[in-house]
Design a protein around this ligand. Structure first.
Ligand SMILES: NC(=O)c1ccc[n+]([C@@H]2O[C@H](COP(=O)([O-])OP(=O)(O)OC[C@H]3O[C@@H](n4cnc5c(N)ncnc54)[C@H](O)[C@@H]3O)[C@@H](O)[C@H]2O)c1
Length: 405
């Protein structure tokens, strides 16, 4: 498979425009289609600006930038995708609309054309479910921003030809990406394993153990580039809440993934994060956090219960509070990574690669577990389970096995 293969990208929004750039940078001719022609025009104008900046910084020559831009052709009709060898779909996250699109595509592209979906939360198997030839369909899950984040989760559906997965791994490598193979299960690797980073942080806040800036600072002190609340504000609380809810529902309401009222209220109040100027924190026009002193800031904890004298779990000593935050969130993350491995969602190497290359974790979680030993993390979880009596904290069978060795 070489760069002479024509690539089609459907959906010219956040992800489609980034994926089109990645494919064009790898030397492919790309056709970019969206039902809204203005989205394609906006994507191409945005790409021009990005490429100009890269030229200014000396990262690309003018010829290279012109070449990349010139390789992307806008399309106004799905039929223009006819000669494509690989079609990557990045449209609205809706199963019925995606199924309809792929059924239509089957009548347009060649019988040996590969069909890929960038879905984050739907089942690849379900999207391929209505195809005449589901063996040629695969998930290629890029991360936002696609040109910058190296990870791609390659997700075969139940009917996907095994050789296609191997071909896609090679292609993603040729595009300079770090591909990992992942079972078609809810949240794939990253959106499943990362859930406790947000969910457990919110629990700690809701219980009054610490306020949001304290929780963020604690997680940054162990190498995370952003704290959970800062990151949720960046991702968008609407998007983060939807992913949490979708994963929870897809796991048949497993309490480990249960969403929180705190995040729901953020969404209901329109405090979506940076994009709306306010989320857990308030932002100024430049995107910097505005320090809050007045009542009404959630980060400042209007309920006044953060670090309350009666807090169940800590004495309120800052070092102890910080340790509790780190241990609880890390224990839940490590448990989730171990459980993903237990259920054979991916290999240990790929689970660690996914978290470092897709969401910039400072270390792979399974490698991290080894530093203090699995027995330590098992004890943390067992203590939490005993304290709360909740299935949410149940240790993975694999964590138990790791601890026994
Ligand atoms: N945003 C992320 O962080 C992210 C990350 C990974 C994967 N994804 C997935 O990528 C996909 C796209 O997400 P996005 O954030 O880029 O969305 P977006 O809203 O930015 O863009 C979607 C685009 O698809 C177009 N579209 C909708 N229906 C269409 C159709 N039937 N045919 C052609 N075009 C159509 C819309 O006009 C829009 O321009 C979703 O499946 C999402 O789950 C998103």
């Amino acid at each position: 498979m070489d760069s002479s293969m024509k690539i089609a990208v459907i959906g010219a929004g956040t992800m489609g425009s980034g994926i089109a750039q990645v494919a064009a940078q790898a030397g492919h001719n790309v056709v970019l289609f969206d039902t809204r022609r203005e989205a394609v025009d906006k994507a191409l104008a945005g790409l021009r600006k990005t490429l100009d900046k890269l030229v200014e910084k000396g990262k690309l020559t003018t010829e290279q930038a012109d070449g990349i831009h010139g390789r992307i052709t806008p399309a106004s009709d799905l039929k223009e995708l006819a000669g494509s060898g690989l079609v990557i779909e990045a449209i609205i996250e809706d199963l019925v609309i995606k199924q309809k699109l792929f059924a239509e595509l089957e009548g347009i592209v060649a019988t040996d054309a590969i069909l890929a979906t960038n879905t984050s939360s739907l089942s690849v198997t379900a999207i391929a479910g209505k195809l005449k030839h589901p063996e040629r369909m695969v998930g290629l899950h890029f991360f936002n921003p696609a040109p910058l984040l190296p990870l791609v989760e390659v997700v075969p559906g139940l009917a996907t030809d095994a050789a296609l997965t191997t071909r896609m791994m090679a292609l993603m490598q040729a595009w300079g990406k770090v591909p990992v193979v992942c079972k078609d299960t809810p949240g794939f690797i990253v959106n499943r394993v990362a859930r406790p980073f947000y969910g457990e942080a919110i629990r700690i806040y809701e219980e009054g153990i610490a306020d949001m800036p304290t929780i963020d600072a604690a997680m940054k002190s162990v190498g995370f580039k952003m704290g959970p609340f800062e990151l949720m504000d960046l991702i968008g609380n609407d998007i983060n809440f939807t992913v949490t809810k979708t994963v929870w529902e897809a796991f048949f309401y497993d309490p480990r993934y249960k969403p929180s009222f705190t995040q729901q209220r953020q969404v209901e109040s329109g405090r979506l994060g940076r994009k709306s100027g306010r989320g857990y924190y308030q932002y100024d026009a430049s995107g910097a956090i505005v320090p809050q002193t007045s009542a009404g800031s959630l980060a400042e904890d209007p309920a006044g219960h953060a670090q309350a004298a009666g807090s169940l779990r800590t004495s309120g000593d800052p070092a102890e509070v910080s340790n509790v935050i780190i241990e609880r969130i890390l224990a839940m993350l490590i448990n989730e990574a171990a459980d993903a491995l237990f259920w054979q969602v991916a290999s240990a190497k790929d689970i660690d690669l996914a978290m470092t290359k897709g969401v910039n974790y400072p270390k792979g979680l399974l490698a991290w577990a080894e530093e203090k030993g699995a027995a330590h993390w098992l004890r943390v979880l067992e203590r939490l389970q005993a304290t709360y009596g909740e299935d949410r904290y149940r240790p993975s069978p694999l964590l138990r096995r790791m601890a026994a060795h």
